[in-house]
Design a protein around this ligand. Sequence first.
Ligand code: 4NP
Length: 163
Amino acid sequence: MRYAPPVHIACKGIEMQKILFVCLGNICRSPAAEAIFRNLSPELTTDSAGTSDYHIGDPPYAPMQAAARARGIAMEDLRARQFAAADFLDFDLIVAMDHKNRAAIEALRPVGVVTPVILMAPLAEGAGTSDVPDPYYTRDFDGCLDLLEAAATGLQRDLATWS
Ligand code: 4NP
């Protein structure tokens, strides 16, 4: 499954230098996505945030850190923060981990700001889901990392074709 054409239309021709990954708590999926993507594209600015205030200031969830470390992904330097409307202005592209978080992000969109908000999972070649399942609940940290790595690779490829 691939994303719908409007994503291409929204992203085509816009220089994507600053990418923000967003989930609910900013301790599992989005910091992992950030850590994976900054390894792939160190020339770009990456960050992550949560739509909730549950874990502000916390490091990534220890089991997620351990699963990531086992495959050479360092994320211990990251700290959770809450998504804010200003992020629409500070970033070129916002990548949401699931539909609920995309809706929470869109609810904060400032009037007249066209920054694209896209879903992460469909960026993965052959992804069978449009949401990244939350490993905080599923406990499948490796499955989450597999999907995020495939999606990050897809995002890197798509950024090259959108520019
Ligand atoms: P995340 O997972 O959105 O991938 O960071 C969660 C982590 C913590 C909670 C929910 C989701 N929580 O409710 O504390």
